[in-house]
Design a protein around this ligand. Structure first.
Ligand SMILES: Cc1cc2nc3c(=O)[nH]c(=O)nc-3n(C[C@H](O)[C@H](O)[C@H](O)COP(=O)(O)OP(=O)(O)OC[C@H]3O[C@@H](n4cnc5c(N)ncnc54)[C@H](O)[C@@H]3O)c2cc1C
Length: 389
């Protein structure tokens, strides 16, 4: 049975996360306006709050699914503290490690903050178009290529680089390699300046004859014919793990905008009367109610994707549904919040303009909205990528 009700104990944890989030909210604008600075891992006033990692570590199986719980926690954090201000110990590359690494590799790098580099100047949505190469030379892999838009690329201790060991093999030739910072040949060449999520660093790298140990290939599967393992499927599995998380952040960001709007309306004596029929509501009441309904739908879709993951069931389709819904609500919901507030909404006096900018990325990274729709259509129609691309 699917049950997303919140236990008393979980509610207490979420209440603590709200308090922690409100501490971070104070810093959120600062790092938005000072993009050149990298925020610390933790802020002094928030240091006594339990980390999500420690809460998850102490969670028993009987207490319910860890993924659905952490998605709900992410929504809380984004709602109160903003997207991307708290930089967790684990980054996108850690999800690649979980999806494609051997048990030994997971032990070795489990506590290392790893960024993930798939995107290149000529390869974004079409992940299999990777040009970066990895060539085995004795007991070392030699990597050459260019990687752009790497989240946490500056803060991370290492980067999971997706590269091809055989261009003629297409997807089967694509593998993931752990490249630690400081490895000769891995050069950090750029830090992006962005519209939103400015507290999250985004970097570009060049790999020039970058030599790494043979055992840094995630999954240790060097074959290019065998399906599964650490190849392209591992990259796609990374996204099944992370897309609901991106959606959760976006939903929380939109909830934050909505919360602000409702507070401002209340100051003007406008409250939403849920008892009124549709034809008796004001236009603003109708807009708020519609937005709340969309947020509920996106939240449930996201929790369901996480729940399936917890149950060990395939969630490729559901992960994309959650990401598409989360991206959509972030664009439309934060825009609606601006519209309701009118001119002051776009000033820096109100936090909603930042919600609007921060939310935009939800529909872009880890697969754009169009790509999610493709994955959803393939899943429903049982088509392969070759049938529908
Ligand atoms: C802030 C930020 C952080 C990022 N972090 C990371 C990271 O950590 N690691 C990483 O590897 N990448 C990262 N990315 C890259 C991100 O995942 C890509 O930008 C994204 O996948 C889209 O690729 P692209 O920009 O090359 O767009 P393109 O693939 O060139 O697409 C351009 C447009 O065409 C549309 N389109 C493309 N193909 C199709 C199709 N088949 N059908 C319909 N429409 C299509 C797209 O939806 C989009 O609107 C990040 C990007 C940003 C902006």
């Amino acid at each position: 049975m699917v049950d997303f009700s919140i236990s008393e104990k979980d509610q207490q944890i979420f209440d603590l996360m709200k308090k922690e989030g409100l501490v971070r909210r104070k810093y959120s604008r600062y790092y938005d306006l000072h993009e050149e600075e990298i925020p610390p891992d933790e802020f002094p006033e928030a240091k006594d709050f339990p980390s999500l990692e420690s809460v998850l570590a102490g969670r028993s199986k009987e207490e319910g699914g860890a993924t659905a719980f952490s998605l709900f926690a992410s929504m809380h954090r984004a709602m109160y503290g903003g997207i991307a201000l708290r930089s967790p110990n684990r980054a996108l590359g850690n999800s690649s490690l979980t999806a494609a690494g051997t048990d030994e590799q997971k032990k070795k790098w489990g506590n290392t903050r790893l960024a993930m580099a798939n995107t290149e100047p000529g390869c974004g949505s079409d992940s299999k178009a990777i040009e970066t190469t990895a060539v085995l030379d004795g007991d070392e892999w030699v990597l050459n290529g260019e990687k752009i838009f790497v989240t946490t690329g500056i803060k991370a201790e290492g980067v999971v680089i997706w590269a091809t060991v055989d261009k003629t093999a297409g997807r089967a030739g694509i593998k993931a390699f752990v490249v630690m910072k400081g490895t000769p040949g891995l050069e950090l060449v750029k830090k992006e300046k962005k519209l939103g999520i400015r507290a999250s660093d985004t970097a570009a790298f060049v790999l020039k004859d970058c030599r790494i140990p043979r055992e840094n290939l995630l999954g240790l599967d060097e074959s290019v014919v065998k399906k599964g393992g650490g190849g392209f499927k591992g990259l796609m599995m990374t996204f099944n793990l992370t897309r609901p998380g991106v959606a959760a952040g976006g939903i929380g960001n939109t909830m934050s905008a909505l919360e602000f709007v409702k507070e401002e309306l209340e100051k003007e004596g406008v409250t939403v009367n849920y008892e009124l029929g549709q034809h008796n509501r004001t236009a603003i009441q109708q807009k708020v109610i519609e937005l709340e309904a969309e947020l509920e739908a996106a939240t449930l879709a996201t929790l369901r994707a996480g729940w399936l993951g917890d149950e060990g069931k395939p969630n490729n389709l559901e992960a994309s549904v959650s990401k598409q819904k989360g991206g959509d609500i972030c664009r439309k919901g934060t825009q609606l919040a601006l519209e309701i507030l009118g001119a002051p909404g776009i000033t820096r006096d109100y936090r909603v303009e930042q919600n609007f900018r921060d939310g935009r990325i939800t529909d872009i990274y880890e697969g754009t909205g169009e790509i999610q729709r493709l994955v959803i259509a393939r899943g429903i129609l049982n088509y392969s990528a070759a049938d529908l691309s």
